[in-house]
Design a protein around this ligand. Structure first.
Ligand code: ADP
Ligand code: MG
Length: 412
């Protein structure tokens, strides 16, 4: 029931343990921006007006909480999507991605409508559509897109793409929108144009994260604050183990889970499951039909874990994050049921090899697992997970070291 993900958009897309370019300011970022600008010039024959970037993310904890108006604690990755862009005043939108060979997709902004664009181009086109739909005075542009964010790995390459286009357009058209407003636009693009019913967490992470920090996010109000997440100071590392599978049932199941949560909130007479406090959980579970019980239990306990995780980080007790991650995985596996054999195996093998905590991250049914490890154990833990996958006959996982990085930015 599992498929190799996204071979069309490149399988050779992971660096092994390398933070990759774009960790913040500095020469790596400058060179990447120059490469994007050069590629734009070679493609369109003129220089771009600028180059913008937006990162992928890992969610440290707070899974399937955003669409329940709850809390999450994501961090941005050093892996980014870059958009080199030049404004056009004739209403034409031209899109090119380095992941898609030499093809340029040409559209008219006035003709953008949900369903009219298929494939990867619906993410950037959807962002322009969402800006126009919200009444912002936007027109055409030429875009060249380049990315180091693995696609389809649960690291939010889709949000990185939308958010890079959103910040580019914000500057190109002088919109002056806030980051949360741009996040709503990017989410609208994904929900209303690309047809993916995601919450707001991915876009908020890509737009609002800061270097060296995790983002404590309230998905209802979009209030957010930076929580110091200094792994190196504690001799820790956060591994991202991409299982490289995405089980087919993912898309429909996500929508069904979301609908199940909304139904449960309705039965409890609440606007969203976020409004059920932990101390009323037991009483609420007794009033719900059996199928709603595990969903509600996951969301309520996961929100509590986010609050606790943010408090532990703020107190400088980063290692104490470990047990929360592992408890979060158990809840996703046993209650929310979005784990799978590969993510469970990666978690178990990482823990057995000395990880302080591990959990699946992202929507589930495959994708990536994060493991908080003593820095000295990063290689042995990665090797142990790889060996376990080989023994089980699974693909070799790809491994990244997650470095908390800045959010979207203009590079030049
Ligand atoms: P995730 O967001 O976890 O990576 P998704 O399935 O939500 O997974 O989004 C992946 C899709 O986003 C890809 O299949 C592709 O359509 C699009 N995408 C992401 N990054 C790029 C890129 N750099 N160029 C073209 N398409 C991209
Ligand atoms: Mg996505």
């Amino acid at each position: 029931m599992s498929t190799d993900r996204d071979t069309a958009t490149g399988s050779d897309r992971h660096t092994e343990h390398a933070p990759g370019p774009g960790t913040g300011t500095g020469t790596g970022t400058d060179q990447a921006a120059a490469r994007s600008a050069r590629a734009f010039g070679a493609l369109y024959g003129v220089p771009p007006d600028g180059v913008w970037s937006a990162p992928g993310r890992v969610n440290v904890i707070g899974e399937h909480t955003d669409y329940n108006d709850g809390f999450a604690l994501p961090m941005a990755l050093p892996q980014t999507t870059r958009v080199a862009a030049r404004r056009r005043d004739d209403g034409v939108l031209r899109l090119h991605s380095a992941l898609d060979g030499g093809r340029v997709t040409e559209l008219r902004v006035a003709d953008l409508t949900p369903g009219a664009v298929t494939g990867w181009a619906r993410y950037p086109a959807g962002t322009v559509w969402a800006l126009a739909e919200a009444g912002h005075p936007v027109g055409g542009a030429d875009l060249h897109i380049d990315s180091t964010v693995p696609t389809g790995a649960g690291l939010s390459s889709s949000a990185a793409l939308e958010c890079a286009v959103a910040v580019a357009y914000d500057d190109l058209y002088g919109l002056g929108l806030s980051r949360p407003a741009l996040a709503r636009i990017a989410q609208r693009a994904e929900n209303g144009f690309a047809g993916v019913p995601c919450g707001i967490m991915d876009q908020m992470a890509s737009l609002c994260c800061a270097e060296g920090a995790a983002l404590h996010l309230d998905s209802r109000t979009l209030e957010h604050h930076q929580v110091p997440f200094d792994l190196a100071a504690h001799d820790l590392a956060l591994l991202v183990l991409d299982t490289r599978v995405q089980h087919d049932l993912g898309d429909g199941a996500y929508a069904a889970l979301r609908a199940g949560c909304e139904r449960a909130a309705g039965l409890l007479g609440l606007p969203a499951l976020r409004d059920l406090p932990a101390d009323r959980l037991r009483e609420a579970l007794g009033a719900l039909p059996a199928e709603a019980v595990p969903l509600v239990r996951h969301v309520v306990t996961e929100n509590a874990r986010v609050t606790e995780a943010a408090a532990r980080l703020a107190a400088g007790d980063t290692p104490a994050l470990g047990p929360l991650l592992t408890a979060g995985h158990a809840s996703l596996r046993d209650d929310f049921r979005v784990s799978c054999a590969e993510t469970d195996l990666a978690v178990d093998a990482a823990l057995a090899a000395g990880a302080l905590g591990a959990r699946m991250t992202g929507g589930g049914f495959g994708g990536s697992v994060i493991a908080l490890v003593p820095a000295a154990l990063a290689d042995p833990v990665a090797a142990a997970v790889t060996a376990a996958f080989t023994r089980a006959g699974h693909h070799r996982p790809s491994v990244l070291t997650a470095v908390p990085s800045r959010g979207a930015a203009r590079l030049c």
